[in-house]
Design a protein around this ligand. Structure first.
Ligand code: MG
Length: 384
């Protein structure tokens, strides 16, 4: 690596707003506490050799921007090429030797891929792009009829970032001013200059369709942290009956818990804790007490459904701690069975579950023995 190389990044977020509509553009949608473009920018901030970040935005979208610190904001032009040009103009040749150009709606760019592009530029390449091999069979069709099947062997889907030597890309943008190339490396191709392609990353997708946005929400929400924590709380009142159900265990008692389902207050708290950890709302959103389907339902269904949502996101129970609060029935002799049954319901080992029972020293509604409350806290660990 030469000591002289200095890198800047341009994050392209749109032009003059010709496609403006009433919806928030995807790059400005907040997911997991930050806008998509902020997630993208965060990656470039983490690369020490990148000394400046410029974000190119449509002037109409200025209202979304004040929250982004540490980046220089430039307005885009009528075309993508003009927008990138405006970004390049904000990078001083005295201070930087190379630039990376990246789409604001690709927040899943990996640090190693950025580093690899930088390394290639350091090794003397003038233009480096990332691409992934086309997997699907590609056919050319006209008016609903297939004309031919394209040999996909040497075909790549091109991603960003694309990295360039600053002096050359400046010169080419000047030379091809007024044109509208969709991709900056095309300028190098027009000139017959070498463009190096390196293996991209399928996770580095561009958020384009509503489906992409749905996937991005899932990926940004839950794949950020190795550990997620959630807590749950629930109360059920007593009514006439002869047993209560706690953690799936039938406990003889002179009353029962009132509820739409089996009123397993402990598992409801645990279900809410799991839903909380993965940002999936609460038990009522998933299993409405207005829905007859859940009348008298066994709460294991709620618990297992919540845990399935966590597993779909790549998480497993790290540990769960449940506290059951009541004056009676006395629970000490059932705690072990409740622990075993909860572990079994989740398919985890007993050691990951803890059950505690306590009273409120005869204070308040629980002290007056009007019902049972439960609290649960859970930690989920990323397994992928
Ligand atoms: Mg409940």
């Amino acid at each position: 690596m030469t000591n002289k190389s200095k890198f800047a990044a341009i994050i392209v977020c749109g032009g003059s707003g010709s496609r403006m509509n009433s919806l928030i553009p995807k790059q400005y949608i907040t997911i997991s506490g930050k806008m998509v473009v902020e997630h993208t920018i965060e990656k470039f901030v983490k690369i020490p050799s990148i000394g400046k970040i410029v974000i190119v935005i449509a002037k109409d979208n200025e209202k979304y921007i004040p929250n982004i610190s540490g980046v220089e904001v430039v307005y885009g032009g009528a075309t993508r090429q003009e927008s990138v040009s405006n970004g390049i103009d904000a990078i001083e040749e005295e201070d930087f030797t190379h630039i990376l150009i990246h789409d604001g709606v690709r927040p899943f760019i990996s640090l190693p891929l950025i580093e690899e592009i930088i390394n290639n530029l350091n090794n003397g390449e003038e233009a480096v792009i990332a691409g992934v091999k086309v997997i699907d069979t590609i056919k050319k069709a006209k008016k609903g009829n297939v004309e031919l099947t394209v040999n996909r062997e040497n075909l790549y889907s091109i991603q960003t970032p694309q990295g360039f030597k600053l002096s050359t890309i400046k010169e080419l943008h000047e030379k091809y001013k007024g044109k509208n190339y969709s991709d900056d490396s095309l300028l190098f191709e027009e000139e017959g200059r070498r463009v190096k392609i390196i293996e991209g990353d399928r996770d580095n997708y561009k958020i384009t369709t509503p489906e992409d946005l749905k996937n991005a929400k899932r990926d940004l929400m839950s794949k950020k942290c190795n550990i997620l924590i959630g807590q749950g709380f629930d109360v059920h009142a007593f009514e006439e009956g002869n047993h209560v159900i706690l953690c799936g265990i039938k406990i003889p008692y002179n009353r029962k818990l009132k509820g739409h389902s089996d009123a397993d207050v402990a598992w409801h708290a645990l279900t809410d804790a799991i839903l909380g950890a993965i940002g999936e709302g609460d038990i009522g959103e998933h299993f409405s007490d207005k829905d007859n389907k859940w009348k008298g339902a066994a709460s294991i269904q709620f618990l297992q459904h919540a845990y399935m949502l966590a597993e779909e996101r790549g998480y497993k129970i790290n540990n769960a701690d449940i506290t059951i609060i009541c004056e009676s029935p006395k629970l000490s002799q059932y705690k072990k069975e409740m622990k075993n049954f909860t572990a079994k319901a989740l398919g985890v080992s007993d050691s990951k579950i803890n059950i505690k029972a306590t009273t409120t020293e005869k204070l308040g509604y629980l002290g007056r023995n009007e019902g049972i409350a439960s609290q649960a806290i859970v930690s989920l660990a990323l397994t992928e």
